[in-house]
Design a protein around this ligand. Structure first.
Ligand SMILES: O=C[C@H](O)[C@H](O)COP(=O)(O)O
Ligand SMILES: C=C(OP(=O)(O)O)C(=O)O
Ligand SMILES: [Mn+2]
Length: 503
């Protein structure tokens, strides 16, 4: 545990994006209750993720961090949860196929409720109301905008119900089904693109068929519910994450565990000097495996950085255009003073047009400092715009341009992009259609169509088909790289989908 740190030492610092509760005694009562409730995740799982992230850092695995911008209590249903997990599994299967690398999956799920906002108030019709700050703070209904501490408790229980169902799905063979929901490709408008996608899905199906034939899959063996095993494809790790914004809640979910119960061994670099001095006890945030600090709350002297520096979990930091090179290194010195592998993931989100301006300086500063980091690209948050119809949206071409600029810039600076962070959803409307929040992609969604099924409470998410487009793109990029076709022929997928090829 870091010196001078306690789970509550953040209370002596200023917290950006703080929530103003009218009744603080009520808040304290709720937090005391949460302190008594059991952890959602275990220290062993957290250590396992740290270990897997060290492999991502070395380029031996790829990180997929994805899910909702903001979860909502009403969306905690079995259809939504299985569609979200199904999308993450399909996406990662496509990546594994192209990259031939293990994928570490971290969902923005089972706790991603709180939202930082650009403005403390918003206009709804003629009314100026407190901005919606996420279901664990206030309600979307303009009449329910007063922060209510009971929502934190409700968030705990909704996270628990979500995670319980996720664990149930993943331990009963769900992952071995491969989720071929819409590999029919009927939505793909361009014939050229459709041909490329077909080549990929055929190759993938062929590879899956081969693994089943030689006995590594589950399809030709006894199903799990009839006493069979989960099969190799059914054994997947899955981790949860959320932005660690509501520090009172995070503090209440922080628990100290002795090393013995975390399953650590002395062969890992997991035990740093300070923890040893603390008798080997570590503070784990048990609300999620992975937490991140947002771009609006990463002040060096702020409460969020103070809280994060003391927890044992692997953590993320959003890095936007306002981060100065030397500030990034000072931040890394605070949150990872012993330069532990697998501890820090930098999630860059500059905006497509700014990657080349800011990323090289950040890479060079990190390389010079000797800090080990995992670099992932969030191509969503720097690319939000307002549509002609007044909806918050993101253009598919811009999203993949940020992604490809990040891949290219890392490669040009002796670095490597280790993963992606996406806002996407496999959620369907009641009549079975995908949401319409981002423009473009293979289904060619136009700005006029956004209003059809716009369901996000905060930022626009890629729908199932658009997410598959991204999966095919990245997978194909890795495959070309593996086969040495990185710079030779043109990349049809990138050209057809409106992005810049990474080559
Ligand atoms: O998810 C990120 C932020 O909470 C979100 O982009 C803020 O949105 P706003 O600019 O509408 O407040
Ligand atoms: C708030 C978020 O992003 P950022 O901090 O990068 O704006 C987010 O990822 O939901
Ligand atoms: Mn968002």
């Amino acid at each position: 545990m870091a010196s001078d740190w306690t789970p509550s030492s953040w209370r002596n610092k200023k917290a950006a994006q703080d929530v103003d509760y009218p009744d603080t005694e009520h808040l304290d009562r709720v937090l005391s209750k949460i302190k008594q409730l059991p952890p959602l995740v275990t220290p062993s799982e957290i250590e396992r993720l740290r270990h897997q992230l060290t492999t991502v850092q070395k380029g031996e695995a790829f990180l997929l961090h994805a899910g909702d911008c903001a979860e909502s209590f009403d969306a905690v249903t079995h259809e939504n949860i299985s569609n979200k997990i199904g999308l993450i599994l399909s996406f990662s299967l496509i990546l594994i196929w192209g990259a031939r690398l293990p994928i570490v999956r971290i969902g923005r799920i089972a706790g991603q409720y709180a939202k930082p906002r650009s403005s403390p108030t918003e206009k709804i019709g003629d009314r100026e109301v407190t901005s919606f700050r996420g279901d664990n703070v206030n309600g979307l209904d303009p009449n329910e905008r007063t922060p209510d501490p009971e929502r934190l408790l409700s968030a705990y229980f909704h996270s628990t119900a979500t995670l319980n169902y996720v664990r149930g799905l993943l331990t009963s063979g769900f992952a071995s089904l491969h989720h071929p929901r819409d590999w029919s490709l009927s939505h793909v408008r361009s014939p050229e693109l459709k041909k490329e996608f077909e080549r990929i899905t055929e190759g993938l199906s062929d590879a899956l068929g081969f693994t089943h034939t030689i006995g590594f899959g589950a399809a030709d063996s006894t199903p799990y519910d009839q006493g069979g095993t989960r099969g190799v494809l059914g054994e997947v790790d899955f981790y949860t994450s959320h932005e660690g914004l509501m520090l009172g809640y995070e503090e209440a979910m922080t628990r100290e565990f002795p090393l013995a119960s975390s399953g650590l061994t002395s062969t890992t670099n997991a035990i740093d000097g300070k923890q040893r001095r603390n008798g080997g006890r570590c503070s784990y945030n048990t609300s999620a495996h992975f937490l991140w600090i947002g771009d609006r709350t990463r002040q060096l002297d702020g409460a969020h950085v103070e809280y994060f520096r003391g927890i044992r979990n692997p953590i993320g930091v959003k890095v936007g255009p306002s981060m100065r090179d030397e500030e990034l290194i000072r931040l890394l010195d605070i949150i990872n003073p012993d330069k532990e592998d697998g501890r820090v993931t930098l999630i860059t989100r500059y905006g497509a047009a700014k990657v080349e301006q800011f990323l090289p300086g950040h890479i060079a500063a990190v390389q010079k400092s000797g800090h080990p980091v995992i670099w992932i690209s969030d191509p969503m948050h720097g690319n939000t715009q307002i549509s002609t119809t007044g909806l918050k949206t993101r253009h598919f071409g811009t999203i993949i341009s940020e992604l490809t600029s990040a891949i290219r810039t890392h490669a040009a600076h002796h670095s490597c992009l280790n993963g992606v962070s996406l806002e996407f959803t496999g959620e369907l409307t009641d009549d079975g259609f995908s949401v319409t929040e981002c423009v473009g992609g293979s289904m060619g969604l136009s700005e006029d169509e956004l209003g059809l099924r716009y369901q996000s409470f905060c930022d626009p998410r890629l729908n199932f088909e658009q997410s598959m487009d991204v999966a095919f793109l990245i997978s194909n990029h890795f495959k070309r790289q593996r086969l040495g076709r990185y710079r030779s022929d043109s990349d049809v997928l990138f050209e057809e989908l409106g992005g810049r090829s990474p080559a």
